[in-house]
Design a protein around this ligand. Structure first.
Ligand code: ADP
Length: 289
């Protein structure tokens, strides 16, 4: 039985005495099956999926480890990734969540994380955004990175998925004209969460903000801020406090739409529905700029 054998492996990893393992189904995410394992007093959060998807969990681990190493915002500590009884898994610290994080605390913590820089854009491995793969080859040039590996990658998927050629053609026209959105703005490679919608943020029992389920890379901090405004809004106080620790360039309000186009295209590729039409409206608006 998977939970018994996984429990045994985790007990060894955490140097706990082997004992009874209890598996309690947890509120699931969109992609994976989640379980809370109890090893005596110890609680562990485990996500499982098909065995070939192990690299997805290894990339999640690399992202969580990178954020953890920045020592700026709480993320779950990852204990183990692997395959058990034919299923890929990631096992991490279980955090008892208490609800939406305080905006000012979240702002300070995220600004600190964004103030952790790399010398290039990209990440040590590719990862996934939703269940779509997200390429992260290192690049010195942010605009080129974003054109090729964010907008261009989703447009190619849209073409393969048979989306209206108007969407794909207009998208490529936009991709060829990205310079106009940047003027003198030259972002630095900040450590990003990469998928910072409200469902991937919470607070622990002491009110410390916690983020999880990342799609990390080093990129323009505005890309994380934009995603926070795509499905919901963190509120004005968040931005006021954030700006005190990491100034936001005047051109953000325009680039926000560009950065969120990536996520809307990803939704179109994953779910179809009205997202294709929304992406086309966004592209048309951006091309008029
Ligand atoms: P998925 O990868 O399937 O989208 P998530 O990582 O978003 O799954 O997790 C699903 C839900 O489980 C989250 O919305 C959150 O409420 C909860 N959760 C995630 N990580 C932890 C954790 N380390 N401890 C406790 N609960 C967690």
């Amino acid at each position: 039985m998977i939970w018994q054998s996984l429990g045994l492996r985790l007990a060894q990893r955490l140097e706990l005495p082997p004992g009874e393992v209890r598996a309690i189904p947890a509120r699931g995410g969109d992609i994976n099956q989640s379980v809370m394992l109890e090893l005596g007093e110890h609680r562990i959060f485990v996500k499982t999926n098909r065995a070939p998807l192990l690299p997805m969990f290894e990339a999640e681990r690399a992202g969580l480890d990178a954020i953890r190493s920045s020592a700026t915002i709480r993320v779950p500590e990852v204990y183990l990734t692997g395959v058990e009884s034919g299923l890929a898994f990631i096992a991490m610290e279980f955090i008892g969540f208490s609800g939406r994080p305080d905006p000012a605390r979240l702002a300070r913590a995220l600004a600190a994380m964004h103030n952790s820089f790399h010398d290039r854009f990209g990440f040590e491995c590719d990862n996934t955004i939703g269940s779509t793969s997200q390429p992260n080859p290192f690049n010195d040039d942010w605009i080129e990175f974003w054109r090729l590996h964010r907008l261009g990658y989703q447009l190619e998927l849209a073409r393969q998925n048979g989306f209206d050629s108007r969407l794909v053609d207009a998208g490529y026209r936009l991709a060829e004209n990205l310079d106009g959105f940047f003027d003198a703005y030259r972002p630095r490679p900040s450590l990003l969460h990469g998928d910072l919608w409200s469902g991937n943020q919470d607070a622990d029992a002491d009110g410390n903000p916690v983020i999880f389920d990342p799609a990390c890379y080093y990129g323009d901090h505005e890309a994380d801020l934009a995603m926070m405004e795509l499905f919901g809004h963190p509120g004005e106080l968040f931005f006021e406090v954030y700006r005190e620790h990491f100034p936001i360039d005047i051109g953000y309000s325009l680039r926000r739409e560009l950065y969120n186009l990536y996520h809307v295209l990803n939704h179109a590729n994953l779910f179809g529905g009205g997202y294709g039409a929304q992406a086309l409206r966004m592209i048309d608006g951006l091309l008029r700029h």
